[in-house]
Write a protein that binds this ligand. Structure first.
Ligand code: 5GP
Ligand code: MN
Length: 321
């Protein structure tokens, strides 16, 4: 599908790129790198995202022109980037209907392929690495701005080049980004060494609300709507709150729940070694990767917690290691 993907970009002239809701570094960085590449090829290209671009990514070239789906300009062809299913595209999902042709570039193993052309590499650590290969296929030289976009994509989705899915090719790609003029120290500080004061306060609350169960192999925490309001939190302040839960020695599955509306709860799941959290997320209509997944539940917080706890216990029971 890699060849078909390059041909898709070459054959048509007008594209709309779509990032997934609650956008992360991979969906934004990959999308913005492609946006630059398409324009360099002389094509008309725009990008939309159902949610606002988090402050941390506004330094990436083109991030300031990402539009809401309702403000999407006229377009012919649509490209979903790092978006595991159409629901993840939120309000941008309906733009699919008006596209002449559609393409999906993704690395979520739960992606079933909802476009005309689907380039899905479930083994790849990030969509950013796929976009890098694509730019090579298209003979598009890397510039420092594109390198920063691809670094944001790859570094954030690989836990800073540390997850099991990272290969020697991931590092070769990183080397090429440095050769292209990437300002590594600056990007690293912006992406990994900067937390808002609000996020810092939410971290404290998350740890305070944390429960351990299953002989301390499972950790779960939640933030209610009132708590989020009290700290004046936006959704990007909540990114990464799950990390210290997973870091606890002996914890195999971590879960955080965030109350969005009175009856909607956003769930993040992580595992460390052997448990499959994508399987848990899929039971509730979500998806993701074996070690990082998520879903949204339409029920009150207490019920969501109970369901997740039961599912985590069952998953842990399945893998007696
Ligand atoms: P996070 O917990 O950071 O929101 O998401 C973890 C991973 O799971 C990401 O790769 C994300 O794209 C994926 N993911 C989160 N929520 C959903 C969902 O509702 N559906 C699908 N298909 N993937 C999700
Ligand atoms: Mn990704």
């Amino acid at each position: 599908m890699r060849t078909e993907t390059a041909a898709f970009l070459q054959s048509y002239d007008n594209f709309l790129l779509v990032s997934h809701m609650s956008p992360d570094g991979d969906t934004l960085g990959s999308g913005l790198a492609l946006l630059r590449a398409l324009r360099r090829m002389g094509k008309a290209a725009h990008m939309v995202c159902p949610d606002r671009v988090p402050r941390a990514y506004l330094f990436l070239a083109g991030a300031d022109e990402v539009k809401k789906p309702d403000d999407a300009p006229e377009f012919e062809n649509i490209i979903f980037v790092d978006c595991g299913d159409l629901q993840r595209a939120g309000a941008a999902g309906r733009l699919f209907e008006s596209a002449a042709h559609s393409l999906c570039i993704d690395h979520h193993s739960t992606n079933e392929g909802y476009c005309e052309i689907n380039w899905i590499e479930g083994e790849s650590a990030s969509t950013g690495e796929l976009v890098y290969l694509l730019l090579q296929d298209l003979d598009i030289p890397l510039d420092a701005e594109t390198a920063a976009c691809l670094y944001a994509a790859i570094a954030t989705d690989t836990g800073n080049f540390a997850f099991a899915a990272v290969t020697s090719d991931t590092f070769r790609t990183a080397a090429a980004l440095l050769d292209a003029g990437l300002d590594l120290a600056d990007c690293h500080r912006r992406l990994f060494q900067t937390n808002s004061l609000t996020k810092t306060r939410l971290l404290r609350q998350t740890l305070q609300n944390m429960e351990l169960f299953a002989e301390d192999r499972a950790a779960l925490s939640s933030l209610t709507r009132d708590e989020l309001k009290r700290f004046n939190a936006t959704w990007d302040d909540c990114e990464g709150l799950i990390d210290p839960l997973r870091m606890i020695e002996g914890v195999e599955i971590a879960c955080t729940l965030r109350e969005m509306m009175s009856s909607e709860v956003r769930v993040s799941l992580r595992s460390k070694d052997y448990a499959n959290v994508a399987a848990i997320a899929m039971r509730f209509g979500g998806g993701g990767h074996e070690k990082a997944a998520g879903c949204t539940l339409a029920c009150p917080m207490q019920k969501a917690k109970d369901m997740l706890k039961r599912a985590m216990l069952e998953e842990l029971r399945k893998c007696t290691k």
